[in-house]
Design a protein around this ligand. Sequence first.
Ligand code: HEM
Length: 63
Amino acid sequence: MSGLRPDQRHSTFKGGKSGIPAIVSGKSSESLVTRYVSGLDPKIIMPPAGERLRAEEIAVLSA
Ligand code: HEM
């Protein structure tokens, strides 16, 4: 929905429509993927509906 292709390395580092990298190598706190699933940005939380990721899952993603 945002044009982000997490299955494609180039897209993941470039980002989707926001143009902000979904993953910043070695910096999970700056990576949109971990920021959005952690709820660090109150305006955008991922996934936008349904069950949120559990703390253990967020930890795996961050690692
Ligand atoms: C845990 C699962 C998910 C993760 C980690 C995730 C992650 C992200 C990230 C990193 C972006 C920013 C992309 C950009 O650079 O523009 C994004 C945007 C977006 N995602 Fe997700 N997403 C998840 C699940 C979903 C699902 C299930 C949907 C739809 C049902 C969805 C819909 C969207 C939409 C609409 C945007 C654009 C949001 C905006 O800019 O306001 N995402 N997501």
